[in-house]
Design a protein around this ligand. Structure first.
Ligand code: G6P
Length: 617
């Protein structure tokens, strides 16, 4: 969380930085700020509570010239969102300015020692210690600007991606990272871009360097890019990669919100996810990235999946699929709980980390613990080159393309797609399902994008009407059984996240152990009641809700009659094998949350207090 952007080159930095910050607003939008060094060597900082648009209004009419600058969009951790706590932070003499994404854990101790030396702190942030520390080192040690940054970082415990600008060094920026992401874009003739991810860079250059953990970079107009290890000072040769990201992928493309665009992209993103990995005609499923680990997977005593948020829900679907189809013991863990629980892991266990961003701090920490204990670590990530994808032994990308809406949609269905492919592949290798059933399933899998498209085409108007009926609800219950239980959890999370309506997902049968007490004529209950092994049981649960006058919105299989007769509204999805229901049943729930949030006037793409990439613990 927090997005950082920087530029050095021949062009004006401000428009490049502000445009980049707009692309990174999904990482936080509590405040925004820039620092610019102009031709007369004046370093200006403009920063304000609110969004990038507020920063633009604030900077209007001010001197925003300069060919070198840094910018920041904040998700507040230490100190409330206000103008003073906004980044960049200045040194006391206003010679140095710094932006930071991450948390400096030992900031209190550093702050006290700097205060004893006479430094005054303006903000309540952890970040401000860094800029004073660098300034202090500059003043007291006869070292270069870059070396003072490196020495300061040696004293720091925590996570950071930083960029530092200094009046005394008008031709260079210093950047560094540990546990928070940072990408360098390499332009022509001494031009460099920097950002938390590649989206602000792609329109300028396709050549990028992903900085590794504990690396510091000097970006100099005349001397180019140099990278060193922070601890050892050893020089590293930067590895320049070509970006595959397309600009269109990070624009709204005519949709009112990114979330709606991303919901509608799912037929394509699911197909992209299984492209080259699944063939009905040739009868195979393969996940090239983890091919070498297949035997280990099928003999593993257990697979432990770690994730957070929506990705955790995808893991729950994966658990059902892998256990049912491949008969391998699976445990799903919240990464944040797993890491602090002294988990029992042995060398034959396989840990699969699932993450859209590939940067979630808790998931990264969970991987590190599992690694120390000798487990094999696989990753399922969407963002190519992300930290988790690089920390794991092997993995599969979800290929959903950039997801900008903070509430995850297409990344979730892509994660479920990869996990479904994995379950099918392992079941095939292990021989736990018959060949004919395997072929039936892969043929069905190939038809999923088409079926998702059918849902999008046929249910949109109906879901808008349902949203209209219930958008003033204060509580909503979501029920599902089997692999539809995680779908219920995900439906409830989506509604909470973007409409601020309290919603809870429950296993349908558990309703009678508590939530049933909440049901009255005001209470909408969304039930996933598709054809499958527990259909009849779910019908009984619906009866229980209706007996208490609750309002039932049911997701049913097309041509259903039984639920239709008792539910208040039904949304039909095409008939599929039960294993694929999560991929279809999720779609109407995404649309329902979306339309409810729009009707309530909420900021769908940037819900309050949330961030897409959670790089703090
Ligand atoms: C945040 C996002 C969620 C996401 C979760 C895990 O809370 O708002 O949409 O599911 O982080 O993120 P990851 O990138 O690891 O999937």
């Amino acid at each position: 969380m927090c997005g950082i952007v920087a530029y050095i080159g021949k062009k004006q930095a401000y428009p490049i930085i502000v445009n980049g910050l707009r692309r990174l607003e999904y990482r936080g939008y509590d405040s925004a700020g820039v620092a610019l060094l102009n031709d007369t060597n004046h370093l200006s900082v403009y920063k304000i509570k609110g969004k990038v648009a507020d920063l633009e209004r604030f900077s209007n009419g001010k001197d925003i010239s300069g060919t070198i600058g840094i910018g920041h969009t904040r998700w507040a951790t230490h100190g409330e969102p206000n103008d003073v706590n906004a980044h960049p932070h200045f040194s006391e003499n206003e010679n140095i300015a710094l932006i930071h994404n991450g948390i400096i854990e030992n900031y209190e101790r550093i702050k006290h020692s700097l205060e004893k030396k006479g430094y005054h702190f303006r903000s309540e942030t952890d970040t401000e210690v860094l800029v004073h520390l660098i300034d202090d080192i500059q003043k007291n040690a006869d070292v270069s600007f870059a070396e003072s940054v490196r020495l300061a970082l040696e004293q720091v415990i925590g996570a950071y991606a930083i960029v530092v600008i200094s009046k005394d060094n008008p031709n260079r920026l210093i950047a560094a990272r540990k546990s928070s992401p940072l990408v360098v874009g390499v332009g022509e003739g001494g031009e460099f871009f920097m950002a938390s991810d590649a989206s602000p860079i792609v329109e300028h250059t396709k050549n990028v360097v992903y900085l590794n953990d504990e690396e510091i970079a000097i970006l100099d107009r005349y001397e180019g890019l140099k990278v060193y290890n922070i601890r050892s000072s050893e020089e590293k040769i930067p590895y320049i990669q070509e970006l595959e990201l397309q600009l269109e992928a990070i624009e709204k493309g005519g949709y009112e919100h990114f979330m709606l665009k991303e919901i509608h992209e799912q037929p394509r993103s699911i197909r992209d996810c299984f492209r080259g990995r699944l063939s009905k005609s040739e009868g195979y499923v393969a996940l090239g990235g983890i091919k070498d680990y297949e035997n280990k997977l099928i003999t593993a005593p257990r697979i432990i999946m770690v994730a957070c948020g929506t990705s955790w829900h995808a893991c729950l679907v994966g658990e059902y699929l892998i256990e049912d189809l491949a008969r391998i013991n699976v445990e799903v863990e919240y990464a944040s709980e797993f890491r602090y629980r002294n988990p029992i892991i042995n060398e034959n266990d396989i840990v699969i980390a699932v993450s859209q961003s590939g940067e979630t701090a808790d998931t990264l920490a969970a991987i590190k613990i599992a690694k120390q204990k000798g487990a094999t670590i696989l990753g399922i990530c969407n963002v190519v080159g992300s930290s988790i994808s690089r920390e794991t032994d092997a993995g599969s990308y979800t290929h959903a393309g950039p997801e900008i809406g903070v509430a995850s949609t297409k990344a979730f269905t892509a994660q479920v797609t990869v996990l479904t492919l994995l379950a099918l592949r392992l079941a095939y290798k292990k021989g736990t399902i018959s060949e004919s059933y395997f072929y039936t399933l892969i043929a069905e899998m190939e038809s999923i994008p088409e079926k998702v498209q059918t849902i999008l085409d046929r249910t949109d108007a109906l879901i808008k009407d349902i949203a209209d009926t219930y958008h003033n609800a204060t509580n909503v219950l979501y029920l599902g059984r089997g692999n539809s239980f995680p779908v219920a959890l995900e439906g409830a999370l989506k509604l909470k996240e973007i409409s601020y309506i309290h919603a809870e997902g429950y296993p349908a049968a558990e309703m009678k152990h508590g939530p049933i007490a909440l049901i009255d004529e005001e209470m909408p209950v969304v039930v996933i009641a598709t054809q499958g092994p527990s259909y009849e049981k779910v019908v009984s649960n619906i009866q229980e809700v209706k007996a208490r006058k609750g309002k039932v919105i049911a997701i049913v299989t097309e041509a259903d009659t039984q639920v239709k007769a008792i539910a208040d509204q039904v949304i039909e999805i095409p008939l599929v094998d039960d294993h694929f229901v999560p991929l279809l049943a999720t779609i109407p729930l995404q649309l329902l949350s979306y339309y409810i949030a729009v009707l309530r006037g909420c900021n769908v793409d940037q819900p309050r207090n949330l961030a897409k990439s959670v790089t703090v613990e």
